[in-house]
Design a protein around this ligand. Structure first.
Ligand code: ZN
Length: 492
C-alpha cells in the first residue's frame, strides 16, 4: 500500500492548519460530503466543489485506502433563506411548476448525475436521501431532547444553542463568537417559536398547505437541513469518522450545527478533519442569474453561452479546475479556458508520444526524484496546481527523450510512463482513456492502422483523392496522422 510510505497532510478547518492525516481505522477512510439540494440544475460552483472532493477521493483510493464515500441528496428541509424561515426550496419549485415535489427531486437528481458523469466524477459509495431517513432523523432529534439540548415548541423542535454553548463551544469550526452572532442577527419578532435567536430547527411543524410532511412525536412536520447530514453521516460512517467536506459557504451555520448535534448526542466531536472547497467566480465576479454573469456546466460542453467563444470538453474544464488549489477561489473565463485547452492538449499529446520512445542503456533523468516531487505536492493538502507543474516537467522530459538529448533505461521509462498515466487519468480524472477497456482500445487501434495501410496503398497508386479523404476523415474524428521516416503514426 502506498499510504504506509506517504505523509499525507490535510488542512483542517477546525484547527486552521495542515495536520498529518491519521485515519481512525488503519487502511480505511470514512468520508462524507454534503450533496446538492435537487431543486434546480446543478451550479458550476457546485461542480467545482464536488470535483475537488472527487480528486481527494481518487487520491485516497490511489494511495490504497479502502474509502467509504457518502454524499447525500437533499430532497427536503433546505429552506429558501438558509435559516429557519421561508419556503422549502423543493416545495417552492414544485408549487411554481405545479408538480409533485418528488417530480422535481427526480428531474434534478437525474440532471446532477448526468453532469457529474460527463465531468468524469466517480459515484460515491452510498448516496442517501433525506426523505429516506426520516425515522433516523426523528431518533436523533429525540436523543438531543433527552440529553437536554433540544426543546419542543408549538410543533417544532429547536436546538438550544445557549445551553450547548455553556457545555461546549458553538464556534469550534466557524470561529465566531456567540455574543457577536447574537448582536448581528435579527431580533426575534415575537412570533417565533424559538427561545434564543441562534437556536436552529431540527424539526419544523408543517403548515396545513405544506406538501412534504411526515408524522412525528411532535406532530406532522419535516426535518431541518442541518439534522439530515449529521444523521446520515453517522448512520453510515459511525459516530466518529475521518473526513467531512463541503463548500466554504456551508461552514456556518450548516457544519457548525452538525458538530453541535453530534456532540449533543455523543459528547464527542463527530468528525476528525473538516475540509472546505472555495468558491468559483466568473470573469472575476460572483455568479448571479440576475446580472447575466452566469453559466451552466452543460453550456460549457455545448458552447451555447454568450460568455464563451466556443464549446469546451469536460476534460479541459476539469484541467482548468485542477489548476487551482481547492481551497483557493477559482476564476472561470473564456480566456482561462482557451489557455487550459492548449495546456491540456500539450500534456495529452506528450503522454501519447511517450508510448513511442525507445529505451536506452542508461538513464540521464532522475525519475525517482521527479516522482517524489509529484507525490509531495499531492501529500501537501492535495496541491493539484503544483502537481500539474511537475507533470509539465514530465512533458519537458518527453521532449528531451524525443530529440534524443536524454535517455531512460527500460525500467525507468516504464516507471515514468506509469506514473504519468496514473496521476493524469486516475488521480486528476482527466480524459477517459483509463475507462476504455483494452479490447475496445485494441479494436479501435487496429481499425486506424488498417485505414493507415489503405491510405498509404492509395498514395503508392497516386490515388491522392482517396488518401486525402482518409486522412481528412480521421482528422475530423480528432485522430491525427504523422508521417515519419519510420512510417505513419497516429495520435488522438
Ligand atoms: Zn450537509
Amino acid at each position: 500500500m502506498i499510504y504506509t510510505d506517504q505523509k499525507l497532510r490535510i488542512y483542517n478547518s477546525v484547527s486552521n492548519e495542515k495536520q498529518t492525516f491519521t485515519p481512525i481505522q488503519q487502511g480505511h477512510v470514512g468520508m462524507y460530503v454534503c450533496g446538492p439540494t435537487v431543486y434546480s440544475k446543478v451550479h458550476l460552483g457546485n461542480v467545482r466543489t464536488f470535483m475537488s472532493f472527487d480528486m481527494i477521493y481518487r487520491y485516497l483510493l490511489h494511495l490504497g485506502y479502502k474509502v467509504r464515500y457518502v454524499r447525500n441528496i437533499t430532497d427536503v428541509g433546505h429552506l429558501v433563506d438558509d435559516a429557519d424561515q421561508g419556503e422549502d426550496k423543493i416545495g417552492k419549485r414544485a408549487r411554481l411548476e405545479r408538480l409533485e415535489p418528488m417530480e422535481i427531486v427526480q428531474r434534478y437528481t437525474v440532471d446532477f448525475h448526468d453532469i457529474l458523469n460527463q465531468f468524469n466524477l466517480l459515484p460515491p459509495s452510498i448516496e442517501p436521501t433525506a426523505t429516506g431517513h426520516i425515522i433516523e432523523q426523528i431518533q436523533l432529534i429525540q436523543k438531543v431532547i433527552d440529553n437536554g439540548y433540544g426543546y419542543q415548541s408549538n410543533g417544532s423542535v429547536y436546538f438550544d444553542v445557549t445551553k450547548y454553548n455553556q457545555d461546549y463551544d458553538y464556534s469550534e469550526l466557524s470561529h465566531r463568537k456567540l455574543e457577536d452572532m447574537i448582536s448581528n442577527s435579527r431580533k426575534l419578532d415575537g412570533q417565533s417559536d424559538k427561545r434564543g435567536e441562534q437556536d436552529f430547527a431540527m424539526w419544523k411543524r408543517a403548515e396545513p398547505d405544506h406538501l412534504m410532511r411526515w408524522p412525528s412525536p411532535w406532530g406532522d412536520g419535516f426535518p431541518g437541513w442541518h439534522t439530515e447530514c449529521i444523521t446520515m453521516s453517522t448512520k453510515y460512517l459511525g459516530e466518529k469518522f475521518d473526513l467531512h467536506g463541503g463548500g466554504m459557504d456551508l461552514k456556518f451555520p450548516h457544519h457548525e450545527c452538525e458538530i453541535a448535534q453530534g456532540k449533543a448526542c455523543t459528547a464527542h466531536a463527530p468528525v476528525n478533519y473538516w475540509l472546505h472547497a472555495n468558491l468559483l467566480t466568473l470573469n472575476g465576479k460572483k455568479m448571479a442569474k440576475s446580472t447575466g454573469n452566469n453559466i451552466l456546466p452543460g453550456e460549457i460542453l455545448a458552447g451555447t453561452n454568450p460568455l464563451l467563444s466556443k464549446a469546451y470538453s469536460a476534460s479541459v474544464t476539469r484541467f482548468l479546475m485542477m489548476q487551482t488549489h481547492y481551497r483557493s477561489i477559482m476564476d472561470f473565463s473564456d480566456q482561462a479556458m482557451l489557455a487550459a485547452e492548449k495546456g491540456y492538449h500539450r500534456l495529452m499529446s506528450s503522454v501519447q508520444d511517450l508510448q513511442n520512445i525507445n529505451p536506452g542503456t542508461l538513464s540521464t533523468l532522475d525519475i525517482p526524484a521527479w516522482r517524489e516531487d509529484c507525490y509531495r505536492a499531492m501529500d501537501d493538502d492535495f496541491n493539484t496546481p503544483i502537481l500539474i507543474s511537475h507533470l509539465f516537467e514530465g512533458v519537458n522530459f518527453i521532449n528531451m527523450l524525443k530529440d534524443k538529448s536524454a535517455w531512460l533505461t527500460s525500467a525507468d521509462l516504464n516507471h515514468f510512463s506509469r506514473t504519468m498515466s496514473v496521476l493524469i487519468y486516475d488521480v486528476l480524472g482527466l480524459g477517459k482513456s483509463s475507462a476504455v477497456s483494452s479490447t475496445h482500445k485494441d479494436k479501435l487501434e487496429g481499425t486506424i492502422n488498417l485505414l493507415i495501410e489503405m491510405r498509404n496503398a492509395a498514395r503508392d497508386d497516386k490515388n491522392y483523392l482517396l488518401s486525402d479523404q482518409i486522412r481528412e476523415g480521421l482528422t475530423a474524428l480528432d485522430i491525427l496522422l504523422e508521417d515519419t521516416k519510420d512510417g505513419t503514426r497516429f495520435k488522438y
